[in-house]
Design a protein around this ligand. Structure first.
Ligand code: 2P0
Length: 331
């Protein structure tokens, strides 16, 4: 932390990650302990940079300030940031208001507004500004308190989030991957979703008759995905990834009331991915809490997959991403 005389300041960057084996549902809502372990790939280009300054000169007012892409935010966004800052203040035994400023550097209007990069960058900047020296596991646990998927963005490339059963045992770690994977994003819509993923997963857990079955098959999917990674078998990995995502969406569609993130363009994109794969390329679809389709492929094939998808889906933006770095402090 840099002490400029009035307070403590740090800046950190993190990249968004896409789950290959999904996290969908909490066992503990307050601590964000998931019902299942998950596996992800952190992506290049989709980056959040966040600065945190604790004001130690004035009296604590109990009000932090938050700026996202230079516009001040209040309400829910500020509440979630302040809640994570409270965890940090508690750990550091400090009581100071903070100013948080966050910039997203996305190469296009992503519609992938990911809390994963945001809370990983916030956890790193805030803990450092508070003078805490956390190791990667501790940082992953802290990021998890802000947003579950953020615990995986601490790491570059592939990460495995162990569900665990309490705060200490629920964290992510890096997984070595012999495959050079890439993700091609098909932008179906950049609009903000009407149902936040937090609410959507709660509804799936509480009301979908398929939920327990999905948790069981998810455990099996993870085991098989890790085996495929170890063997360097991208086709085997891709088939599991695609099926796992569809299973997650089945729990949403069977929730009451249902959660349906799919748009007509999502179905068109899924069909185009099938056609590209039938043309002989590795291309496996996965979807998150929104209408966009992400395609797992290899770095070697990414340009061709991108090209074929653009041809099949005129009017859709298509962008490919290689694996990106883990969280890092800036000076
Ligand atoms: C994932 N998603 O594994 C899953 C797949 C979306 C679909 O994690 O409530 O923002 O903050 O823990 O991490 C998105 O949910 O939710 C997510 P909280 P988060 O990437």
């Amino acid at each position: 932390a840099l002490d400029d005389g009035t307070g403590y300041h740090a800046v950190a960057s993190a990249n968004a990650n896409i789950a290959l084996i999904k996290y969908w549902g909490k066992a503990d809502e307050a601590l964000i302990i998931p019902r299942m372990s998950s596996l992800s790939l952190t992506l290049a280009d989709l980056e959040t940079t966040t600065s945190v300054s604790f004001d130690r000169s004035g009296r604590r007012t109990g009000h932090d300030r938050l700026y996202i892409d230079d516009s001040e935010r209040e309400g829910k966004a500020l509440q979630r940031v302040s809640a994570l800052l409270d965890v940090v203040r508690d750990m550091a035994g400090m009581d100071a208001d903070a100013v948080v400023s966050s910039h997203n550097t996305m190469p296009y209007e992503a519609g992938l507004a990911s809390s994963s990069s945001a809370f990983a960058a916030l956890a790193a900047a805030a803990s450092h500004a508070a003078g805490l020296q956390l190791d990667e596991r501790e940082l992953s646990r802290l990021a998890r308190r802000g947003s579950g998927s953020a615990c995986r963005s601490v790491y570059g490339g592939m990460a495995l989030w162990h569900a665990g059963h309490d705060d200490a045992s629920s964290y992510a770690e890096h997984i070595d991957c012999p495959l050079d994977l890439a993700i091609v994003v098909i932008l179906v819509s950049g609009e903000q979703k009407k149902i936040p993923s937090r609410e959507a997963m709660r509804r799936s857990v509480q009301t979908s008759a398929l939920y327990d079955a999905w948790v069981r098959s998810g455990a099996d999917d993870l085991e098989q995905a890790l085996e495929a990674v170890k063997l360097g078998d991208v086709a085997r990995l891709g088939a599991i990834v695609q099926s796992n995502s569809l299973g997650m969406h089945a729990t949403m569609m069977t929730a009451r009331p249902p959660v349906m993130y799919w748009l007509p363009g999502s179905v068109a994109a899924l069909q185009a991915v099938d056609e590209v794969r039938q043309g002989g390329l590795n291309a496996w679809a996965t979807m998150d809490a929104g209408p966009n389709v992400k395609v797992l492929t290899t770095q070697r094939e990414a340009a061709r997959v991108e090209h074929d998808l653009r041809a099949a889906l005129p009017g859709f933006e298509v962008h490919s991403h290689v694996a990106g770095p883990g969280v890092r402090l800036r000076t």
